[in-house]
Design a binder for this molecule. Structure first.
Ligand SMILES: Cc1cc2nc3c(=O)[nH]c(=O)nc-3n(C[C@H](O)[C@H](O)[C@H](O)COP(=O)(O)OP(=O)(O)OC[C@H]3O[C@@H](n4cnc5c(N)ncnc54)[C@H](O)[C@@H]3O)c2cc1C
Length: 532
């Protein structure tokens, strides 16, 4: 069935209603509708992704931020981030954030997932997830023990390499970091050419490959799958302790659609807990302060918000103009440890074509010209934990998004180390050959000035997660089967279920979670039928 336009007749009921057509939602729509006997409705708040050149243009992905396909959330300021609200983009379009993200395809390492299992997420360790990572991807030429071929997500490295990206690999090697072939195989420590969810087109440039392209487009002709765009879910409808459908907008009106097997929430780490709270599912004190009657008390909803902080303002000038951006504007990455006490790489950096930093940084420094590039270091084992909560019963009211970046002093210390290490990379021979040095920050800042720079320039690596975490303890929101604890017919399947943030970008893990979730839900409800 083609994508439904607003106003098109909807059925009154489906077996499953999936809320959110993002990274996870498109996976679920594909897998849950694999059996023709199961009817599935996917509801997406944003528009159709097709026909929008700005989405597929990999090199200019950052131009999507703050535009019409971005929810453009902002964090609640804290002293640790110099009292600045931080932009928190999220995709509002089919494919969700996979349609606006930087396309790095990176799954971290075994320890990230084994920690989930050890914390009570039974069945979510690396050995259980590895088949789903492999099933999700089409990565030619990888080690088959780790990499998949023929899956929906096309994964490529960039063939059109820029010297600023090559220099990162050479600089890292010159300082003694390992150079590895594949960060998604046995070890992720060292310098490496990054994988992207993208296809290479004729002239060697990359074109984005979102979950909407990989999972949804190929199955849009299934008669048992309906996709509704430009329709926002306002609440989950409950009958006692059972989710029976959703209330959502269609063409300016509010309608209800029933789900006989249940509702699968895949609205992402900000909007999934928000929708639970708007539906009266959450911590009683949070709901009371927002004026929402409690339908189901669940203390952990919206807690355990985790993200990776980065430093956005490290800008350098090349000795000659860079020309047009290639790859995703970068192409290489380095994963390393802030201290030998870390069990694995906790720092990560990428190269970015063009200047990076907020308006204040651009006002204070000359960051213009075609010769400017940035190195963006991030902390991948962040220990600060925040929350996201509704502030009122009004679905249009902005939520309180509180990442608490740098609240844990260990995160602050690691970010200082990351900035110093980037300066060391840029002082090495491979970068000295092509750069005339830093624009900002200066390489010789004292500890106090450097700390100030970090607080003023910390931002998000865009990896919001953890706000409806898996577990069996009081603070867990979903059980290992991803069903909301204490309710029937309601699951959460997206980045919010991660018990702790893995030391990598979060799209590949979210897709693997959704792949496994579809099997779990399909088997639990009998929905997969012959497709199981
Ligand atoms: C700018 C940016 C850059 C990033 N870069 C990378 C990267 O390079 N590599 C990487 O691995 N990860 C990256 N990420 C993170 C990655 O994209 C996310 O972790 C991943 O997409 C999360 O998937 P999800 O399904 O949880 O949420 P999303 O993909 O965000 O999908 C949620 C969907 O739900 C919809 N929705 C929300 N509320 C409602 C509602 N009420 N009704 C109906 N629909 C609703 C949204 O419109 C959206 O389509 C980036 C993210 C951003 C924003």
């Amino acid at each position: 069935m083609p994508v439904l336009a607003p106003g098109t007749t909807l059925a009154a009921a489906y077996d499953f209603v999936i809320v959110g057509g993002g990274a996870a939602g498109c996976v679920l729509a594909n897998r849950l509708s694999a059996s023709p006997d199961v009817s599935v409705l996917l509801i997406e708040a944003g528009p159709d992704h097709r026909g929008r050149d700005e989405i597929v243009d990999a090199a200019r992905w950052d131009r999507l931020l703050g535009g019409e396909l971005d929810y453009a959330y902002r964090s609640t300021p804290t002293p640790q981030t110099a009292d600045r609200p931080i932009d928190m983009p999220r995709g509002r379009v089919l494919g969700g954030s996979s349609s606006i993200n930087a396309m790095l395809w990176y799954r971290g390492n075994r320890a990230d997932y084994d920690a989930w299992e050890a914390a009570g997420a039974e069945g979510w360790g690396y050995d259980s997830l590895l088949p789903y990572f492999r099933r999700s991807e089409d990565k030619p030429g990888g080690d088959p023990a780790f990499r998949g071929v023929g899956g929906p997500m096309r994964i490529r490295t960039t063939e059109d390499v820029h010297p600023i990206a090559t220099a990162l690999i050479d600089a890292a090697a010159s300082l003694g970091h390992p150079v590895i072939d594949d960060a998604n195989a046995a070890s992720n420590e060292g310098a490496v050419w990054a994988d992207f969810n993208a296809v290479t087109i004729a002239d060697g440039t990359l074109e984005r490959w979102s979950t909407a392209r990989g999972y949804l487009e190929p199955v849009l002709d299934r008669a048992n799958l309906s996709v509704l765009v430009d329709s926002r879910v306002l609440a989950i409808e409950l009958d006692g302790a059972r989710a029976v459908g959703v209330r959502h907008t269609v063409d300016g009106m509010t309608v209800s659609t029933r789900a006989s097997e249940g509702v699968v929430l895949a609205a992402g780490a900000i909007d999934s807990p928000r929708l639970l709270e708007l539906s009266g599912i959450g911590a009683p004190e949070v709901l009371a302060s927002a004026g929402i009657p409690v339908r189901h008390a669940l203390a952990g909803v919206g807690e355990n918000f985790q993200d990776h902080p980065l430093v956005l303002g490290m800008n350098f000038r090349a000795r000659s103009p860079l020309g047009p951006p290639r790859g995703n504007g970068g192409g290489s990455m380095l994963n390393w440890r802030s201290s030998l006490a870390e069990a694995g790489p906790d720092l990560h950096t990428v190269v970015a074509h063009g200047s990076r930093g907020d308006a204040a940084l651009h006002a204070a420094h000359d960051l213009g010209g075609d010769d400017v590039f940035a190195i963006v270091p991030g902390l991948m084992r962040s220990r600060s934990v925040g929350h996201v909560h509704v502030r009122s019963a009004d679905p249009d009211a902005a939520p309180d998004v509180q990442p608490n970046y740098l609240l844990d002093e260990r995160d602050f210390a690691a970010m200082l180390e990351a900035v110093r290490d980037v300066h060391e990379l840029l002082a090495s021979a491979p970068y000295r050959e092509i750069t005339s040095g830093p624009i900002v920050p200066a390489a010789n800042l004292g500890a106090r000035e450097l700390g100030d720079f970090v607080r003023r320039n910390v931002g998000t690596f865009f990896h919001c997660s953890g706000t409806t975490r898996i577990g069996t303890d009081e603070g867990a929101v979903v059980g290992p089967d991803l069903a909301v604890r204490g309710l029937d017919g309601l699951w959460v399947v997206d980045a919010s279920v991660m018990p702790s943030i893995p030391t990598c970008n979060t799209q590949a893990p979210t897709i693997a979670i959704a792949e496994r979730a579809a099997d779990l839900i399909g088997v639990a409800t009998g929905a997969l039928g012959d497709a199981a």
